[in-house]
Write a protein that binds this ligand. Structure first.
Ligand SMILES: [Fe+2]
Ligand SMILES: [Fe+2]
Length: 368
């Protein structure tokens, strides 16, 4: 790779980032810089196209460019300020994505976004195991969604109205992220601490349920309504005493009976929220009912099957609950979880939906 191409890339990236800061993402100078970056990338043979910041130097496709000049120093600083130390351009990158990258690097506060054909990461020197370079884009996505869901949850109280716009924003972000071709497994939040579990579980169930709904070809409104259902399916747990909810040992029958009321509490609460999709109420009520019409709560019309949206959320809920690490057991691998779920095909889960879900997860795992 010639020095000229590398210098051209650096120059145009610095110009693009500076211009987007001065003007806007649609400004002609930004468009031109992005087009030049793409044209330079197109000139390269197929294969990796990765710019890394290693200390104060730039490395392109494993070649160190110590003398990358004034613009090189500038690019190191601009990327460093956002914590980005690796930019990988995948085949098929568009000028629109490059412009968004400029804007994200130029933005004062927001963490870098997600792109279908650009990967951002942090270079780990020395001790890093292969593949351990944490993908900053994923981390930023998780942190942002977590903060948004936490904000929504903090408003949940029997004495207050729940603003539905925050919830809609979250599920719309998920939908747009699927559309950009993001891998569903990379979108799932890793659970870190116990206190975060409520939010990460809500986020993961919402993402998995939406991915399944989307793969069935449902309309956007339905996919979004199912996402809202997933996000709020366990709100009733906020109305259960914490000592019982977080009890590490085995629950007594009475304690289990109390926890088993969370679908009823959740549905009763959500039914009063103005402007919320009625599907969210149904999903909260039915998510612990089973495909064979057993499960809880026991409803008056016992023989009626769960709504399809609830069947989808039941699958997503079960998967995330088993997949995540809990204090009393290790987390199970994807194939272990899917194996357990398959034993319940037709009893707990709708067989057709479970087969589709399995397909979706295996495909995502192969591509992750
Ligand atoms: Fe639940
Ligand atoms: Fe749940």
């Amino acid at each position: 790779m010639s020095d000229t191409i590398f210098r051209g890339l650096v120059w145009n990236m610095v110009v693009g980032i500076s211009q987007v800061r001065l003007y806007s993402i649609g400004h002609e100078s930004v468009v031109v810089a992005a087009e030049r970056v793409r044209a330079l990338l197109d000139d390269l043979p197929d294969g990796p196209r990765t710019i890394m910041v290693v200390k104060d130097d730039l490395v392109f496709n494993n070649t160190l460019f110590r003398e990358s000049g004034m613009h090189g120093v500038k690019l190191v600083r601009l990327l460093g300020a956002k914590g980005v130390s690796r930019v990988e351009f995948l085949q098929g990158v568009t000028t629109e994505e490059i412009r968004r990258l400029f804007a994200d690097v130029a933005a004062a506060k927001d963490p870098p976004g997600l792109y279908a054909h650009i990967r951002l990461g942090r270079v780990e020197l020395g001790t890093a195991a292969p593949g351990a370079d944490a993908d900053l884009a994923d981390a930023a996505f998780h942190a942002e969604q977590q903060a948004r869901v936490q904000a929504v949850y903090s408003q949940i109280s029997p004495f207050r109205d729940l603003p539905t716009t925050g919830i809609e924003e979250v599920v719309t972000t998920f939908l747009l992220t699927f559309r950009r071709g993001a891998n569903v497994l990379r979108m799932l939040s890793p659970v870190r601490t116990h206190s975060e579990h409520t939010y990460t579980h809500a986020i993961n169930v919402s993402i998995l349920a939406m991915a399944l709904a989307e793969s069935l070809g449902l309309k956007d409104e339905s996919v979004q309504a199912i996402g809202v259902g997933g996000l709020l399916h366990d709100v009733g747990k906020l109305m259960i005493p914490k000592e019982i909810l977080h009890k590490p040992g085995k629950l007594s029958d009475e304690e289990f009976g109390t926890i088993a009321k969370h679908p009823l509490y959740g549905a009763a609460y959500l039914a009063r929220v103005e402007g919320l999709t009625p599907l969210a109420v149904l999903v909260a009520l039915e998510h612990h009912r089973k495909f064979d019409t057993s499960g809880y709560p026991v409803l008056r019309d016992t023989g009626r099957r769960q709504h399809a949206a609830s069947q989808i959320v039941t699958i997503a809920d079960f998967y995330d609950a088993l997949r995540s690490h809990r204090p009393y057991r290790r987390s199970l691998s994807m194939s272990e979880v899917l194996g357990i779920m398959h034993k319940e095909s037709g009893t707990v889960f709708n067989p057709g939906l479970l087969a589709r879900f399995t397909q979706l997860m295996l495909k995502a795992a192969a591509e992750a």
